[in-house]
Ligand binder design. Structure first.
Ligand code: UT7
Length: 323
């Protein structure tokens, strides 16, 4: 029996506190005009003291489970894509699993920075279609505010905190009606580590460190790599990119999104952009945008949706699904 990995529910969560561009301009040499023009970002959310990545993950996960109509007893796999775990170990997925009252199955974190959610969806799909697990809670959750150098205007204005989640189920292909993950294409080029990294870690410095990025160099790599991953994912699924109903990109920079849209002839109405009010929430950005579009009706059951991400590693990738 062939199985499909179907997205049954989505959910997201943003911490209460909002930092606007004007708020940032009070303590770092920047302006609303520069940030808006260069990135499209107008505000970002920030986790409260004592609010951890797992807390954001739990809120998003709970909403996705409610949306899917499932309970903790139905989930047998928790995957958390994050570059900002609560602790060095155990995995934030393990902490999230316990907080959600999930008592069976496996839980692990996946680290591919801003491509984390695409990697996580692709990974969960493999566990589901082989029959090893039946229902996965796949979460992208980040508290990037904890690894930003708040004196570095070239990075601290870009990122925000948040979480988003999918419930994905293994469904016999004949019952799935064409829904499910149709293909994914994952890539990494580890030779470009120095373009985007955190300058601390357990083994090297025994500190959490701060995010460092040569933004314009990353920018130059972005449009071509993202577009080619999307083309590959579409080719494997035997889909022409023009057939895509909705495009949910990673939200790093509106100019990168616009470049990909132009290159692949996607119309602006098909694009879900949340960058203005979320900033770049790394692994959380795709499910946050996806959930917003499901909630306001721009993504409907049966829609063909393309996801893409690119980030530290460099990692990049795309996934195509029928929702
Ligand atoms: O999600 C993970 C992947 N990350 C990305 O995809 C990020 C990709 N990169 C980008 O989005 C853009 O490169 C940035 C938004 C980070 C920067 O935009 P840019 O147009 O590439 O600017 P730049 O780095 O070339 O800097 C232009 C100028 C510089 O000043 P000078 O040297 O021309 O005098 C910067 O010092 O803008 C200056 N600048 C700022 N000015 C005001 C940099 N950051 C700021 C700031 N406010 N926050």
């Amino acid at each position: 029996m062939s199985l499909s990995a179907v997205v049954d529910g989505v959910g997201s969560y943003l911490p209460e506190k909002v930092l606007t561009n004007a708020d940032l301009a009070k303590f770092v040499d920047t302006s609303d005009e520069w940030i808006t023009e260069r990135t499209g970002i107008r505000q970002r959310h920030q986790a409260a003291d004592g609010e951890y990545t797992s807390d954001l993950a739990v809120e998003a996960g709970r909403k996705a489970m409610e949306h899917a109509g499932v309970t903790a007893a139905d989930i047998d796999l928790v995957v958390v894509a994050t570059a900002t775990p609560d602790l060095t170990f155990p995995a934030t997925a393990a902490i999230t699993q316990a907080k959600l009252g999930i008592k069976q199955g496996a839980a692990f974190d996946l680290q591919a920075v801003c491509t984390g959610f695409v990697y996580a969806v692709s990974t969960a799909e493999k566990f589901l279609i082989t029959g090893q697990h039946k229902r996965a809670l796949v979460i992208g959750a980040e508290t990037f505010s904890r690894i930003l150098d708040w004196k570095d205007r070239t990075t601290c204005v870009l990122f925000g905190d948040g979480a988003g989640a999918f419930v994905m189920s293994a469904v016999p292909e004949e019952e799935a009606g064409g829904r499910g993950i149709l293909s994914s294409h994952l890539r990494c080029d580890g030779s470009m580590v120095d373009l985007l990294y955190v300058d601390g870690g357990v083994s090297m410095t025994q500190t959490a460190g701060h995010l460092r990025m040569q933004g314009n160099k990353v920018f130059r790599e972005a449009v071509n790599r993202i577009s080619s991953a999307m083309i590959e994912a579409a080719k494997v699924a035997d889909i022409n990119p023009s057939e895509i109903d909705v495009f949910v990109p990673h939200q790093a920079n509106q100019r990168i999104i616009d470049g990909v849209v132009r290159k692949l002839n996607i119309s602006n109405e098909q694009v879900i952009s949340t960058i203005a009010h979320h900033g770049n929430t790394s692994a959380a950005s795709i499910p946050l945008a996806f959930d917003e579009a499901v909630t306001d009706g721009r993504i409907k059951r049966g829609d063909l949706v393309m996801l893409e991400g690119m980030g530290g590693g460099l990692t990049w990738g795309a996934a195509l699904l029928r929702y």
